[in-house]
Design a protein around this ligand. Sequence first.
Ligand SMILES: NC(=O)c1ccc[n+]([C@@H]2O[C@H](COP(=O)([O-])OP(=O)(O)OC[C@H]3O[C@@H](n4cnc5c(N)ncnc54)[C@H](O)[C@@H]3O)[C@@H](O)[C@H]2O)c1
Length: 436
Amino acid sequence: MRIAMIGTGYVGLVSGACLSEFGHTVVCVDKLAEKIAALKAGEIPIFEPGLDEVVAANVKAGRLSFETDIAKAVHGADAVFIAVGTPSRRGDGHADLSYVYAAAQEVAAALDGYTVVITKSTVPVGTSREVEAIVRRVNPAAQFDMASNPEFLREGSAIEDFRRPDRVVVGCDTDRAQAVMREIYRPLYLHETPIVFTSRESSELIKYAANAFLATKITFINEMADLCEKVGADVGDVARGIGLDGRIGNKFLHAGPGFGGSCFPKDTLALLQTGRDAGAPVRIVEAVVAVNDARKIAMAEKIERAFGGVSGKTIAILGLTFKPNTDDMRDAPSLVIVPHLQAKGAVIRAFDPEGGKEARKLLNIELCKDTYDALDGADGVVILTEWNEFRALDFARVKSLLKSPLMVDLRNIYRPAAAAAAGFTYVSVGRKTAKP
Ligand SMILES: NC(=O)c1ccc[n+]([C@@H]2O[C@H](COP(=O)([O-])OP(=O)(O)OC[C@H]3O[C@@H](n4cnc5c(N)ncnc54)[C@H](O)[C@@H]3O)[C@@H](O)[C@H]2O)c1
């Protein structure tokens, strides 16, 4: 199959690279000329484990290439994926579809021969029909079918997720489009990956429902964590105790500073708008969004309490990205927590293994060269992201660098007893504070 991938961001680049690994010939397009130039020069614009190898191998094999000109990529393609961004629209939380529609217009003008045009971006119900109307308007002679194929990969494990997804969801109305989509994902039949064929509307809603459900699970355990602190229970035990129930499952039950990232915040907001517009408000998700927004401030206040006020204090922050193994800073809890602490007079020394470059654009803080550099002379340390390298800190060295042995761990990566035994006052989430 010849495939054009419009938008070479996290999803477009990973999907394009992995589809070329499946054996298809893929051209990834982006309007950012510098991004395409970098990719042509062998540089990967994002941090995603394993992506550089997949890209390099498939470029070398001649199956993967990069282009700024949509028309060149679309010409002769059997399938065109639209994987551009759909951020929250300023002011109202609706998904901003301007990039999708602009891409659709350019794609439409370049279509030749039968092509399946696929929305891979996360888009509200009805967008695929709107894209179809745009294509027909711009190019009435075009021979094409529309499909919706939302992406479920997670940043940080995106390659493995694409190679071995739990399922592939495809919304389309014609047998011909279905045959093309089957052919694109044929290599996954080896792993017996379920492919859910459905209507385009269901496919679009599946993506939002999945993200909203996962965001709800996180928010649920976060509220349980608050309750645990009040009643002397341990949220780790509660999560394990409920997670072993097969109907509940143990994933997404880690209490923390609230969900962030490039998807959950904007997708929950967009789902709320869809529900309101359709006259079927999604009240559970309304609560999830409100609780999660409040949680980030609550976590900043928790840090303030742990430090006995932060005015004039230096705080070492470990981790700024919304989760480990990515450099993505979009909607990271750190973007709320750090400015709150600064407004209260704290001086921040931070280290993130990969997020520093992005963080520098969004936060006005001192970025340190490594963990121990950040700790040097600070009044205490706050763990905001559970990068592996923070999981095995040399406690003796940490203690010797800090002015006082205070550790606030918003990811619960240590056992309270172990931290206390090492001499720390250890404040975590949904568990009793441990003292030496
Ligand atoms: N990031 C994730 O983990 C993830 C996971 C699943 C789904 N999604 C969804 O996938 C979509 C893309 O997300 P992302 O994180 O990859 O976004 P991104 O911002 O990283 O990448 C989007 C890219 O599209 C390019 N672009 C925009 N308009 C274009 C045009 N007309 N022609 C060519 N290129 C154009 C931009 O320059 C940018 O490089 C979103 O709808 C998102 O919700 C993202």
